[in-house]
Design a protein around this ligand. Structure first.
Ligand SMILES: CC(C)(COP(=O)(O)OP(=O)(O)OC[C@H]1O[C@@H](n2cnc3c(N)ncnc32)[C@H](O)[C@@H]1OP(=O)(O)O)[C@@H](O)C(=O)NCCC(=O)NCCS
Length: 164
């Protein structure tokens, strides 16, 4: 069941993971390549940050800033002309910060062969002008969503413990 809490005069309701999911795609153009003729890592990072940021903004329904990248693994190269799809999903929402996971799929366009060249996990903070602002609680439904939620919750708690 959805819950709603009062926060700073604004009603903040809970949201499901599916309500903020983002799917985006692009073709690797020559100007996105490194000297080896494969996708430049920084160009892929920008696409990952955009997809994850849209997902976080959808969950918070407020502007967000990237606070940290927990990890970003480049598993295999992607060639110019290949198709790249990104799937961004909320993993955890704390008070003003939230963790988003991004799965990247590459597709060789002539054969249709697909594989996973990159995964990333990022944290965003929702902002009200220049200050962190409260966000809706996240309601994980599936076993996978609950497992991701528990892992992210532990990471959040560990990071908070490490803060001065
Ligand atoms: C992210 C930012 C808003 C946090 O500000 P702050 O003064 O540390 O705010 P607070 O201490 O109140 O923390 C706010 C939230 O951010 C989280 N946070 C702060 N620094 C973080 C970090 N490095 N990684 C993950 N979360 C972080 C806190 O845990 C807290 O989460 P919670 O409210 O859910 O518990 C601030 O550091 C900032 O503006 N950074 C620049 C962001 C930016 O420009 N990004 C684009 C660069 S490419």
């Amino acid at each position: 069941m959805r819950r709603a809490a009062k926060s700073g005069g604004r009603r903040v309701r809970s949201r499901y993971v599916r309500e903020s999911e983002v799917h985006s795609s692009f073709i690797v153009m020559p100007e996105m390549a490194n000297p080896l003729g494969t996708l430049f890592g920084g160009a892929l990072m920008a696409e990952v940050d955009k997809a994850a940021g849209m997902c976080a903004h959808r969950h918070a329904r407020r502007p967000v800033v990237t606070a940290s990248i927990e990890h970003l693994d480049f598993i295999s190269p992607v060639k110019v002309g290949w198709f790249v799809s990104l799937h961004a999903r909320m993993r955890y929402a704390a008070r003003t910060s939230m963790e988003v996971g991004v799965t990247v799929t590459a597709e060789e366009p002539d054969s249709g062969r697909c594989w996973n060249p990159c995964n990333a996990v990022l944290t965003f903070v929702a902002m009200d002008r220049d200050r962190p602002a409260p966000i809706p609680e996240l309601l994980p439904l599936t076993d996978e969503e609950r497992a991701r939620h528990a892992e992210a919750s532990e990471r959040y708690a560990a990071r908070r413990r490490g803060r001065p």
